[in-house]
Design a protein around this ligand. Structure first.
Ligand SMILES: *Cc1c(COP(=O)(O)O)cnc(C)c1O
Length: 463
């Protein structure tokens, strides 16, 4: 009898499309002009001039009909709306944190937490920096110290948990500056700037042990916690049969508190929160929220926003949902590899990070290879990504000198539930075409530099 061919069964999205938003199709000449007008900074492009928008997965999600239905039952009372209590209940239920204050987005929670916990002269160790996180730590008088494992800085190095903290580095810092100068360790997962790389549960437990020994608090940037939980489930021994919700709850159990930008995992367009086990931190945060965000029962959000967040929490822990999301990123990585395009490996949870140093080896870091590559891809096809390299790294606040990150990346980030596999194919083909013609590409010079988070508004011209 002839042997039956094994037919591999593909996964597909656990949802179908009910509403569509038409997008503008443009020509190369049109995009040349648009890029020049935007100072070759993809942040300054008009969204209507973009065909496939992979700038960020922040707030660009498609909400479900369940979330939209929730928007209609927003309780817009100034104080104590029922949506706030529903959100709080779900934060307790899924993150296991007793106290919560809503904020208008993630950085507002970072601002409040940094101001409460950090004193001038403190050090805050973290597994690689995130732009807004580090800035708020610095504005509070702290110094961020990167204690991520070395592998995280090596784009071509394969490691299942590149987001892990190097315990030796953390221990050395504690010995050097003393535990009293470290208000908390700041741990994120997956680590955005390392290419969406997760930490393992084993590493988290070790970090907890070490911080506990020295009486140091441990806070979690849980913005992408479900993606991290997915990687633990599929990569770490002992977790294959646990649900995403169980893994999330276990992860959170090791932390003293956490903050979330709801614009990511929670699949909404705006929102965030700060959650903690500490009554003291909670009371202080509630006080600060009133000054900067709004009453502690809405924190700069409408009741309907909090309802969509609460419902988003329930949807984000669905395994099929998170598998479809990360599966789309993995599909893009597999196809890009077929064309020999250099990118950070393994592919992360939310994005493909093109390795601009290897993509454009003839362009020195001072001529912004990643900034250049992002602009070239936009001009080629209308696909918008963003620079994560020397422009994003900014200047050292003490010396005023440019920081020179080891990684020079272009991030192509996947909005949740927004684009189809055909869109991803177009993106892959465009990146492959630019790669084919890479030798003709020249670098950029910066002609305008804002003081804070310069990557958002800096302008460039072609050399
Ligand atoms: C997006 C993000 C933030 C900041 O949140 P905003 O809602 O953009 O203010 C912080 N940390 C991580 C890991 C993020 O992805």
């Amino acid at each position: 009898m002839a042997k039956k061919k094994v037919i591999k069964r593909s996964w597909a999205e656990p949802f179908k499309i009910k509403v569509v938003e038409p997008i503008k199709m443009t020509t190369r000449e049109y995009r040349e002009k648009a890029a020049k007008k935007a100072g070759y900074n993809t942040f300054l492009l008009k969204s209507e001039d973009v065909y496939i928008d992979l700038l960020t997965d922040s707030g660009t999600n498609a909400m479900s009909d369940y979330q939209w239905a929730g928007m209609m039952i927003g309780d817009e009372a100034y104080a104590g709306s029922k949506n706030f209590y529903y959100l709080w209940d779900n934060v307790k239920k899924y993150y296991g944190m007793p106290y919560m204050v809503p904020t208008h987005q993630g950085r507002a929670a970072e601002h409040i937490l940094s101001q409460i916990l950090i004193k001038s002269g403190d050090y805050i160790p973290g597994n690689m920096y995130f732009t807004t996180t580090r800035l708020h730590q610095e504005l509070a008088g702290g110094t961020f110290v990167d204690v991520i494992i070395d592998e995280a800085h090596q784009a071509q190095k394969e490691h299942p948990f590149k987001g892990n903290i190097d315990l030796q580095k953390l221990d050395d810092l504690i010995k050097k500056v003393g535990a009293k100068k470290i208000p908390y360790v700041s741990m994120a997962g997956p680590v955005n700037m390392a290419g969406g790389q997760p930490f393992s549960m084993a590493n988290l437990k070790e970090v907890r042990k070490l911080t506990k020994k020295h009486g140091i608090k441990l806070y979690f940037d849980a913005t992408r916690a479900c993606e991290n939980a997915y990687f633990i489930k599929v990569r770490e021994k002992g977790y294959a049969n646990k649900s995403i919700a169980q893994i999330l709850k276990e992860m959170c159990s090791y932390f003293d508190g956490l903050w979330v930008s709801a614009k990511k995992d929670l699949m909404v367009n705006i929102g965030g929160f700060l959650a903690t086990r500490s009554k003291k931190v909670f009371e202080a945060a509630r006080n600060m929220v009133v000054v900067y965000e709004g009453l502690h029962t809405y924190g700069g959000l409408a009741g309907r926003d909090m309802e969509a967040m609460a419902r988003g929490i329930e949807e984000m822990v669905d395994f099929d949902n998170i598998r479809a999301r990360i599966g789309q990123v993995e599909y893009a990585g597999k196809r890009l590899a077929e064309f020999g395009v250099p990118f950070v490996k393994p592919v992360g949870g939310h994005a493909i990070f093109l390795d601009a140093k290897r993509f454009l080896p003839h362009i020195p870091q001072e001529e912004f290879p990643a900034q250049t590559l992002a602009a070239e891809i936009y001009i080629d096809s209308g696909v918008r990504g963003m620079e994560r390299g020397i422009v994003s790294a900014g200047r050292d606040p003490k010396t005023g000198k440019n920081r020179h990150p080891k990684l020079e990346l272009v991030r192509l980030t996947f909005p949740r539930r927004v684009y189809t596999q055909a869109h991803i194919d177009v993106m892959v083909e465009s990146v492959a075409s630019v790669y084919q013609d890479r030798k003709k590409i020249k670098g950029l010079k910066m002609i305008y530099e804002p003081k804070y988070l310069r990557f958002f508004q800096a302008r460039f011209d072609r050399l």
